[in-house]
Design a protein around this ligand. Structure first.
Ligand SMILES: Nc1ncnc2c1ncn2[C@@H]1O[C@H](COP(=O)(O)OP(=O)(O)OP(=O)(O)O)[C@@H](O)[C@H]1O
Ligand SMILES: [Mg+2]
Length: 258
């Protein structure tokens, strides 16, 4: 796939998204498969989508967080899930990450059902949640080594992988300072690094750049692009059309859980 194609795809998708947004929060707005490239772009010829969601419903008491949401993410792309506050983005990401069970519908990661095969799904995914999961008292290095151990890496592998990720995310200088001394951008980079310890094939990024200044945001965008070049499938949520437009090969709009 050429850079030109990507641009065209992204522009088409965002024009579609923009027209949906302009229509506002009407009941006709819903998550739709986009118009981007077809499956198989991972170069392995696989036709199994990285993420498949069909008719997913999730209620919290009287609140319907997801109301029949559906989407399909081909392997190897950046998929942007665009929606306002309360649209259901985090709920969908948590279901895909096996942290929350859907009330109805189907969700799969690389062909594995999130309800019936949660362990298989967890082997394949990484998650950077909306709010940083960093331990403030530990240093950046200690945070990564701790997560490495939680992910069952040997002590030595955890140490080596932490070192690699600190370098890669420009945190080597600050590696031995407590995370509470990190800027918001550094914290977010550390958080993303911790979700990459296990080299996931599918990465969920829930509003990775929200709350960052333009420089911090650009750093996160560069990470997303680099991960995509490395073959990771990314599903990122955002409230910003510009962000989806800049990063995503394909965009779906979510509003009121659809
Ligand atoms: N644990 C919960 N208990 C009760 N209601 C919840 C819970 N989690 C989410 N909700 C509700 O479900 C709806 C969707 O929330 P969700 O967090 O998925 O939205 P979002 O698109 O991620 O929003 P934001 O952009 O603000 O992060 C909201 O109305 C929210 O209040
Ligand atoms: Mg959210």
């Amino acid at each position: 796939m050429t850079a030109d194609n990507e641009q065209v795809t992204s522009t088409d998708a965002s024009a579609h998204a923009a027209s949906q947004l302009r229509r506002g929060a009407s009941s006709t707005s819903r998550v739709e498969p986009g118009t981007g490239p077809v499956t198989g772009v991972n170069g392995r010829g696989s036709s199994v989508p990285a993420v498949l969601v069909e008719g997913v419903v999730k209620r919290f008491g009287a609140t319907v967080a997801l109301d029949g949401a559906g989407l399909e993410v081909p392997a190897g792309m950046v998929f942007g899930l665009l929606g306002p506050n309360g649209a259901g983005k985090t709920t969908l990401v948590r279901i895909l990450a096996t942290l929350l069970a859907p009330d109805a519908g189907r969700a799969e990661v690389l062909g594995h059902d999130v309800v019936r095969e949660p362990a298989a799904v967890r082997e394949l995914i990484g998650l950077t949640g909306q709010f940083a999961a960093v331990d403030e008292l530990l240093t950046g290095r200690e945070n990564l080594e701790m997560f490495g151990r939680l992910f069952k890496l040997s002590r030595e592998d955890a140490r080596r992988r932490a070192g690699e990720l600190l370098e890669r995310f420009d945190l080597a200088q600050a590696a031995d300072r407590p995370a509470r001394t990190y800027s918001g951008g550094m914290r977010r980079r550390l958080d993303i690094a911790s979700s990459l310890l296990t080299r996931p094939r599918v990465l969920f990024l829930d509003e990775p750049a929200t709350g960052l200044d333009p420089r911090g945001r650009n750093e996160i965008w560069a990470i997303v692009r680099e991960l995509r070049r490395g073959g990771t499938t990314l599903l990122l949520t955002t409230q910003y059309l510009e962000e989806a437009d800049q990063l995503a090969d394909r965009i779906a709009v979510i509003d009121r859980g659809r």
